[in-house]
Design a protein around this ligand. Structure first.
Ligand code: 4NP
Length: 161
């Protein structure tokens, strides 16, 4: 049915901090809910292609029970706009980067992650040049947004039944 979401791509700038963390968090939450989804992440820039997630993201994420195994950095491709049902940006820069590359027919697939959170914050800030506290805060926001996105996707599946 149109509108059902079966695949999710998380997108940030470098694909080593926020979007791989979102991927790891969302994989765990989707599994817990029994949702069978294709889940991946990518960066709008290719500074770190092939690299594993930032060790600070892995450290705070693993402490909360998330698994980063097998995640490595890649850059967004034109094919992603076709292949994924929803593309989730962490901040406005990522949003604009995606919108500028996305074919007109797929523009509606692009959303800000925080729009699913129910919180007042609108973006997940880039933690790369900050300290550990920033990575903890990013993970807090990712967890809230992931819960909201799980609810959103689950509601669409119920509508389909
Ligand atoms: P991310 O963070 O977009 O959350 O992966 C960044 C990672 C690397 C850089 C910037 C942001 N960088 O400039 O290399």
């Amino acid at each position: 049915m149109a509108g059902t979401i079966r695949s999710v791509l998380f997108v940030c700038l470098g694909n080593i901090c926020r979007s791989p963390s979102a991927e790891a968090v969302f994989r765990k939450k989707a599994k817990e809910k029994g949702l069978l989804l294709k889940i991946d992440s990518a960066g709008t820039q290719g500074y770190h292609v092939g690299a594993p997630p930032d060790e600070r993201s892995v450290s705070v994420g693993e402490a909360r029970g998330y698994d980063f195994d097998g995640i490595s950095c890649r850059k967004i491709s034109k094919q992603d706009f076709h292949d994924f049902d929803i593309l989730i940006a962490m901040d406005e820069m990522n949003l604009r980067g995606l919108q500028s590359e996305c074919p007109e027919e797929y523009q509606d697939k692009i959303k800000l992650f925080m729009s699913f959170s129910g919180l007042e914050e609108e973006i997940i800030p880039d933690p790369y040049y900050g300290g550990k506290k920033g990575f903890e805060y990013v993970l807090d926001l990712i967890e809230s947004s992931a819960d909201g996105l799980i609810e959103h996707i689950s509601a669409l599946i119920v509508l389909e039944d």
